[in-house]
Unconditional design. Structure first.
Length: 239
């Protein structure tokens, strides 16, 4: 029996208007199409600046698409993120759609332990144990758990970001370079966490510039260059 299609993208297009450059329009994605099934890790490939992160941000609802559809299998059934209301998108994120970006954004003065713990709906004992397990597996020293992560190193902040993203029981995960700031030991820990999510039936759409990570985890690679409009005369930008 085929697995459930968790994400279905059709005809997706996005153009940015650069107001500080006289309203210049920069087409980034045109007629993109892809799908992600439950238990599958699909990787977005292509050079830097081709629009990979833009696709993730449109699926998450941070960027509005100009055209096309992004149908996500939510808790209450399929939802097209392109036409969804902000409230519907927030509900989708809370119940279904997780996102690990390259940057940690949290409320100041909240401890690392509470940042990760707050993502879980389980009882206190179960959530406490799960939080400890994630922080230990990602090699975050226990003396840091009670501290807010604002003063942590880049690698430590990224591990907090990963722990938070993997703490919730989301059925879909969007991963934007989760291993970029990590050493080999912690990179391998993240690979193991991703494999566990796949085995649990989570649909994953990811960006990995590390070829070894990509080859280890990808069920399919979608080359985003095929969706990049001609940018003759423009230098690729990272959106």
């Amino acid at each position: 029996m085929p697995s459930t299609e968790m994400i279905s993208v059709e005809g997706l297009s996005k153009t940015f208007k650069l107001h500080l450059m006289g309203g210049t329009e920069l087409p980034v994605i045109e007629a993109a199409a892809l799908s992600v099934r439950a238990g599958e890790c699909v990787v977005l490939g292509g050079p830097s600046g081709v629009g990979k992160s833009s696709i993730l941000k449109m699926i998450y609802g941070n960027y509005r698409a100009d055209q096309g559809s992004i149908v996500v299998q939510g808790e209450s059934g399929p939802l097209d993120v392109v036409t969804a209301t902000p409230r519907q998108i927030l509900r989708l994120r809370a119940s279904t759609l997780g996102y690990v970006s390259q940057f940690l954004k949290v409320i100041p003065r909240i401890s690392t332990f509470d940042i990760v713990r707050s993502e879980m709906k389980q009882t206190d004992d179960v959530a406490h144990a799960r939080t400890r397990d994630l922080l230990i597996r990602l090699s975050l020293p226990e003396q840091l758990w009670s501290l807010p992560p604002a003063t942590f190193s880049g690698g430590e902040q990224q591990r907090v970001n990963i722990a938070r993203g993997f703490a919730a029981d989301h059925s879909i995960l969007l991963l934007d370079e989760p291993t970029a700031s990590l050493d080999r030991h912690n990179r391998d820990a993240v690979i193991a966490l991703i494999r566990e999510k796949k085995a649990a039936g989570v649909g994953i759409l990811a960006i990995f510039h590390d070829e070894e990570v990509r080859e280890s985890l990808a069920d399919r690679i979608v080359d985003v260059k095929q969706f990049a409009p001609s940018l003759a005369g423009h230098r690729p930008l990272n959106f």
